[in-house]
Design a protein around this ligand. Structure first.
Ligand SMILES: Nc1ncnc2c1ncn2[C@@H]1O[C@H](COP(=O)(O)OP(=O)(O)OP(=O)(O)O)[C@@H](O)[C@H]1O
Length: 607
């Protein structure tokens, strides 16, 4: 992660192409809240004529004042009406301004919430393998991080439309007087626009290329300042190591960014000066025309005002164009994330899942390697998990036991070979249904910093309000006695993340996790290291209950503890990607093979 990422930054063409995501974005906004979007657009349309009307009223007021002075008239009614109108316009403009800001803010918040939910929902449909690809993760990160940016993009795009209409009115007025003024205007603004466009691309490219480093910085911040890691950070004195790495990466990013910011500021000042000189040139031109008597003093103020307003609106439009085009690049990340399709999917017409499994699962010449890995985890693995059987899997670290579970539950599909359930490939069944019928408690089970009730309900989240089921599950997993001691019972928040939460020991968490296994009525229950943190008595009791519950059902146990393993009807030993032994505890001990060797090693360790 330390070397700078060499990803290509988006080209000019890519930026233009990214503009195509703008209509999609507006569709999203519209779907978020149609009446707010319509109201926002309507209010901006009204606002867009206000600058022209204000300037024109200003001209009428000045011309009226000059007329009154020149004619020595005391009839000021017309003048007062004009001033009254301008006051009404000013008040109305302020109200409209606040109303659009309010709608922008509310719409932005609603859209941010909606898109965060969409990201979470879509992420849940994707494959585990996709989460393990750094490129995917970077894309997800950019889509996630830009929630606030998208809110800004919304008001920028709408302001853009508003300014274009304003410019239409002002430009028409100016062109009627002198098309030359329009030319000066355009020429004085283009250099600043090009500068902005260039530097915006550079800054997007920088942030794009540094996405992996920014992720690393987030990670280091998390490791260095989270309660989960605090004890090891302290005892191993990791703070210096972590902050040093943070300093190194953040300083490199800062240097790159500083360089760009300085260049941007320098060029920006120069190019803006050109625009300002253009404005004063035009001002001088209008002034001279007034002295010559070609135009009235009122027209002088109108034209000078129009010119200034046009200049700032045009600058606004051009600058906004660059940030909108930058924003659309982020939109591209956002929409591309939604274009990702899971590779592990259900067939169009799935087979009905067997109500009672008859034959069981068969691994047929299954070979597997992780997508980004070189090494094969399994090569032509064959074995059967028979209906009603309790099977234990034994193997050294990294032998592939957890991977086997991932294949069985279709978190991954085999690279070669197939897995059959009652004679049909797992891929012929509906994915959701398959996963619903298999209950799995992984070794690294999820520890929700939420109530005990929610933590147990994880096993079958639809039953979250079924307190009877949750209570029974906690009885079976031995979590009940623990929950009784909590001041808030099932409503006790677990973990230290939130106020009032209680932290649990490793074994206590394991009892909570085990309760999840009892939440659903699975055809096959898989427990990956279910007793690793339990004391001997708890392990014994857990298995007593486990045996009762899974009577007649299939279960798969993965464990390094032979006291757990020997409960199974049959044990298989995996080594070097292949099955090397299979049989009951007694048979395998009699065989004096690898199982017997490992068993004796462990038994000796306890002497
Ligand atoms: N997501 C992954 N991407 C690439 N390789 C992986 C991934 N997960 C596991 N592996 C590799 O696959 C092999 C099998 O891992 P697995 O977790 O299945 O082993 P295990 O038998 O459950 O080990 P343990 O007893 O330590 O839990 C290991 O060599 C591991 O490094």
């Amino acid at each position: 992660m330390s070397s700078k990422n060499k990803q290509e930054s988006p080209t000019f063409q890519a930026r233009l192409q990214a503009l195509k995501y703008l209509p999609l974005f507006f569709k999203e906004i519209w779907q978020t809240q149609p009446w707010m979007t319509a109201g926002n657009i309507g209010l901006r349309l009204i606002r867009s004529v206000i600058p022209f009307l204000t300037l024109y009223l200003g001209k009428l007021i000045i011309d009226e004042v000059v007329r009154l002075i020149n004619t020595h008239s005391t009839d000021t009614r017309h003048l007062l009406v004009l001033i009254g109108l301008e006051l009404a316009l000013a008040l109305g403009s302020d109200l409209l301004n606040r109303a659009t800001m309010l709608l922008d803010g509310l719409l932005g918040d609603l859209h941010a919430n909606r898109s965060s939910i969409q990201i979470m929902q879509h992420a849940a449909t994707l494959d585990l393998a996709q989460f393990e690809e750094p490129v995917f993760y970077d894309k997800l990160e950019r889509a996630r991080q830009q929630t606030v940016g998208r809110t800004a993009l919304l008001s920028q795009s709408l302001a853009q439309v508003q300014d274009i209409i304003t410019i239409g009115f002002l430009g028409a007025g100016l062109a009627l007087f002198s098309p030359w003024l329009i030319l000066i205007l355009v020429l004085s603004i283009i250099p600043a626009f090009l500068g902005e466009f260039y530097f915006n691309s550079q800054s997007y490219a920088l942030s794009y290329q540094w996405t992996p480093q920014r992720r690393e910085l987030d990670y280091l911040r998390y490791i260095g300042a989270s309660n989960v890691n605090a004890k090891e950070v302290k005892l191993f004195n990791l703070s210096g190591f972590l902050t040093e790495r943070f300093r190194e990466v953040s300083a490199a990013y800062y240097l790159q960014n500083r360089q760009l910011s300085i260049r941007r500021a320098g060029w920006g000042a120069l190019l803006t000066a050109i625009g300002t000189a253009g404005y004063y040139g035009a001002y001088a031109f209008i002034g001279l025309e007034t002295i010559r008597g070609t135009i009235t003093i009122g027209s002088l103020t109108f034209l000078a005002g129009s010119f200034r307003q046009l200049k700032s609106s045009l600058e606004g439009i051009l600058n906004r164009f660059t940030s909108i085009s930058q924003g659309t690049l982020y939109l591209r990340d956002f929409f591309q994330f939604f274009e990702l399709e899971p590779r592990v999917a259900s067939p169009k017409t799935p087979l009905p899942f067997p109500t009672v499994i008859q034959k069981g699962f068969v691994f047929e010449n299954v070979s597997f390697k992780y997508p980004a890995a070189e090494k094969w985890v399994f090569q032509r693995l064959n074995f059967t998990l028979k209906a009603g059987e309790k099977l234990a899997i034994v193997g050294e670290n990294g032998a592939g036991k957890t991977t086997l579970v991932k294949l069985l539950t279709r978190l991954y599909d085999p690279t070669e070979g197939r897995i059959l359930l009652d004679g049909h490939d797992l891929r012929e069944y509906d994915l959701g249904e398959l996963q619903r019928h298999i209950g799995v408690i992984f070794q690294d089970y999820i520890r929700l910093m939420m109530t005990a009730q929610s933590n147990i309900a994880v096993g079958d989240i639809e039953q979250i309000n079924n307190l009877d089921r949750i209570a029974t599950a906690s009885e079976r997993s031995l979590a009940a006695s623990l929950i009784q001691r909590f001041p808030e019972g099932f409503q006790q928040v677990l973990g230290r993340h939130f106020r009032g939460g209680v932290e649990l020991s490793g074994g206590e968490w394991q009892k909570i996790a085990l309760a999840r296994a009892y939440m659903r009525d699975s055809e096959l229950l898989i427990l990956d290291e279910p007793t690793a943190s339990l004391d001997a008595r708890a392990e014994y009791e857990v298995f007593q209950r486990f045996a009762e519950l899974t009577k007649g059902k299939m279960a798969m146990l993965i464990s390094h503890r032979f006291s757990t393993v020997r409960m199974a009807d049959r044990i298989i030993v995996i080594e070097n990607g292949q099955l090397i032994e299979s049989g009951s505890h007694e048979q395998l001990m009699a065989n004096k093979g690898r199982y017997a060797e490992l068993f004796q090693l462990q038994a000796r360790g306890y002497l």
